[in-house]
Write a protein that binds this ligand. Sequence first.
Ligand SMILES: [Fe+2]
Length: 374
Amino acid sequence: MLPLYPYGLRRTLVRELIPAQLWSFEQLQGLLYVAVPIRMTVVRLRRGLMLYAPLPVTAELREALRQLEAAYGPVRTIVLPTASGLEHKLPAPALARAFPEAELWVTPGQWSFPLRLPLSWLGFPAGRTRVLFEQGLPHADELLWTALGPLNLGLGTFMEAACLHRASGSLLVTDALVAIDPQPPEIFDADPTPLLFHARDRGDQPLEDSPELRRRGWRRLVIFASYLRPEPLTVLGWPEVLRRAFAPGLRNPRSHFGLYPFHWHENWEEAFQALVPEAVPRVQVAPVLERLVFPRARDALLAWIRSLAQLPEIRWLVPAHYAAPVACSAELLNQLADELAARSWAPDEGNWATLARIDRGLLKLGLVPSRPSG
Ligand SMILES: [Fe+2]
């Protein structure tokens, strides 16, 4: 079993993003010491509520939704807006069961690896599951839907459905665009353990708490999650890890028993500065997406970003990870597309080396195509 964080003890942070129109439900999700925030967005529509990008159902999440339903009407629609993002797909069937009256809409090209199973076998309710774009679009009078993909990635299909909520000017996306907070997000206030864990330099150091340590832990966690193994990080061998493990005071699950397999080099913060150079979250393509999903499909991604820029009155971007809402506009999206077109794409060097090695390996094995079709 992989050591999953937070071990079934999921907290849900609820924030109102746009008064009486849009809410963010966030949980921490992750594995192997990396806990990253994941978001479900709740949209108030004329006929009730829509849940975009499912989260695991907990009593706390259910209760928060019940309060919104009491004020704004029932959950009518649940949208799984990605074909490949497992972290959004796995919670969808249970969320659909929690709202038996709601319609479940999914992107085309849903796939299960290694076997291709029918959706109903994966727990999606057959009678009320519908496919976006192929079988219509939910609330098309209030929402504008824009598809990225389907792109054949060899191992599966990539597809993402962006949704503009016209009333608030909020553009909901899933994984393709993000904006990373320079400071630790609020969701870690309840339990900063993942940040304090990564703020250390050695396994035998105690978990101490201060604003500076939280910030350091957040920045390391971000570059770890973004590049898998950024250049200034050495992953230690087991003998070295075990030598420093089980130090007094650290023999507990919260400290992972002092098992800390990382050595950060002195210049580690430069990797974060390169990724998040400004004091406010900046709209960007996540490195994992750029190097592992779109390394040979930049044109498709740019065309999608430019088509989003055509949408009327965009004011906010609300991705399913990291910061939200982020100020957004047609000009900003066009500028992003111009920047991505002009700079080198899916590089191999420096912080990108590990992602590049994975991609080259998959390419060599013939598991991903040299020219993705879509
Ligand atoms: Fe995701």
